[in-house]
Design a protein around this ligand. Structure first.
Ligand code: GDP
Ligand code: GDP
Length: 437
């Protein structure tokens, strides 16, 4: 699990510009990686071989111009609670403002390291404005220009030097890690209690990689897994819960530390933007997923038809990733609780599937022959051979072709669908690569 970096600051100082610069670095390097970019508030990055995640807490606020001071305060408090390192962005063109002072006051009490970023230092002259930020009481201002990128390399050097060391090797790698995520009141604590009950003998708490996350080992009824819990689930009723993206930020750590995410939806509320944002974080991390529609006991008309409608609505919102188990539960009555664990275990197995090259070619080549990639610019495209890559996080398949550059996304989707028809890959993302034969 990498470190989590939060970008905070008042509106218009350049937080989202910095966010884009930090997260694009990696996209340029790892361009093969799957992952949709539905939102710009959460992204992955890498510097000097260290992976980390970045959240732009301001990015979730729709209209950052008439943002309330109280709202900024909550954002900063959430960042202080959740992040390993905080980037506090100020604007050298504007100097110190009242809002900067208020943010600084909160940050001075933060336990995590805070790096003061003097943004918009587009030229050497502006650098002379930076010393005024010493008055914020947060140490040296680091001059950068997010627009041009100058100074960002040095900033990243400082950033990674503050990272916490990963200690995840204390966990047994062969045991799956499940995370229960979802927005406030979806029923996360209730379902975890339903799994674990009051029986303390079946669980062992293990201090996790970073201060806020805890792994619990569960061994019962033939199940053996770690439950990744975050303080977000245990520490409840805090001031920030009413923030739109509260549950998204709170879920990040658990998602990153898991293999499979159990995404809890509230049957009485349907799918809302927080659910989609959490789903997007799961996807960006290429984790397995089980969707749980909880509080099913409160739905009056529990017919198969209503269930099907629910399922379709969910798949529509999560498209194109639709091969997902969806389970209707009541954490209250414990209805279908163990089905959730069974599904999570099945997704874990699907995620670790190993298909022999012989079987792959036997099944896939006739399908490809019957429906070859459309010829482009008068050239025939031939796929001759397919194999699964060894030792990958998610099942990854390489198709060897004479002209790989002409195999387009719709055809890759065709290949993916056929793989999913032939093998059980439900709940797990897969990668498809086309390479030169
Ligand atoms: P946020 O509200 O803090 O997320 O700020 P934005 O990233 O949206 O930036 C606000 C404005 O400042 C935009 O017009 C950006 O183009 C501009 N901006 C951001 N970084 C820089 C910079 O390094 N130099 C200059 N001159 N402008 C910048
Ligand atoms: P969390 O914030 O996601 O951890 O949600 P909680 O587990 O604290 O549940 C929020 C509220 O919903 C509590 O009052 C629970 O008793 C209630 N709740 C949770 N699951 C169910 C369910 O399946 N059915 C009903 N009727 N209520 C539920």
């Amino acid at each position: 699990m990498g470190n989590l970096v939060a970008i905070v600051g008042r509106p218009n100082v350049g937080k989202s510009t910095l966010f884009n610069r930090l997260t694009k670095t990696r996209q340029a390097i790892v361009n093969d990686e799957a992952g949709t970019t539905r939102d710009r508030q959460y992204g992955k990055s890498e510097w000097l071989g260290q992976e980390f995640s970045v959240v732009d807490t301001g990015g979730w606020v729709v209209n950052s111009d008439d943002i309330f001071e109280g709202e900024i305060r909550k954002q900063v408090l959430l960042a202080v609670d959740e992040a390993d390192v905080i980037l506090f962005v100020v604007d050298v063109m504007n100097g110190v403002t009242d809002l900067d002072l208020q943010v600084a006051q909160i940050l001075r009490r933060a336990k995590s390291p805070v790096i003061l970023v003097a943004n918009k230092t587009d030229n050497g002259d502006l650098q002379y404005n930076a010393p005024e930020f010493y008055s914020l009481g947060l140490g040296d201002p680091h001059c950068i220009s997010s627009l041009s990128g100058s100074g960002t390399g040095d900033l990243l050097d400082v950033l990674v030097s503050k990272f916490k060391k990963d200690t995840s090797e204390i966990l047994d790698d062969d045991i799956p890690r499940f995370a229960v995520v979802g927005r406030p009141n979806a029923g996360k604590s209730s379902i975890i209690n339903a799994f674990i009950g009051e029986d303390r003998n079946i669980v062992t708490e293990i201090a996790g990689t970073t201060r806020d996350s805890i792994y619990t080992r569960y061994e019962k009824f033939g199940f053996d897994f770690y439950l990744v819990d975050t303080a977000g689930i245990r520490k409840k009723g805090k001031v920030n819960e009413d923030l739109e993206y509260y549950s998204v930020v709170r879920s990040i750590r658990a998602i990153e530390g898991s293999d499979i995410c159990i995404l809890m939806l509230d049957a009485t509320r349907g799918i809302e933007s927080q659910d989609l944002n959490i789903f997007s974080v799961i996807q960006k991390n290429a984790k397995g997923i089980v969707v749980v529609v909880n509080k099913w006991d409160l739905v009056e008309n529990k017919t198969d038809k209503v269930m099907k409608e629910f399922e379709n609505a969910i798949r529509n919102r999560f498209a194109p990733f639709v091969d997902i188990p969806i389970i209707f539960t009541s954490a209250l009555t414990k209805q279908r609780i163990f089905k959730v664990l069974e599904a999570a275990r099945e997704v874990y197995e699907n995620r670790s599937i190993k298909i022999s090259t012989a079987r792959l070619n036997e099944e896939m080549l006739p399908l490809i022959e019957a429906y070859p990639p459309p010829s482009t610019k008068g050239k025939y495209i031939k796929i001759k051979y397919v194999t699964q890559l060894p030792n990958t996080q998610v099942p990854s398949f390489v198709f060897f072709a004479n002209l790989p550059q002409y195999v387009k996304d719709p055809y890759k989707r065709f290949l993916e669908n056929k793989l999913r028809e032939k093998w059980n890959l439900t709940g797990t993302p897969i990668n498809i690569f086309i390479r030169q034969k």
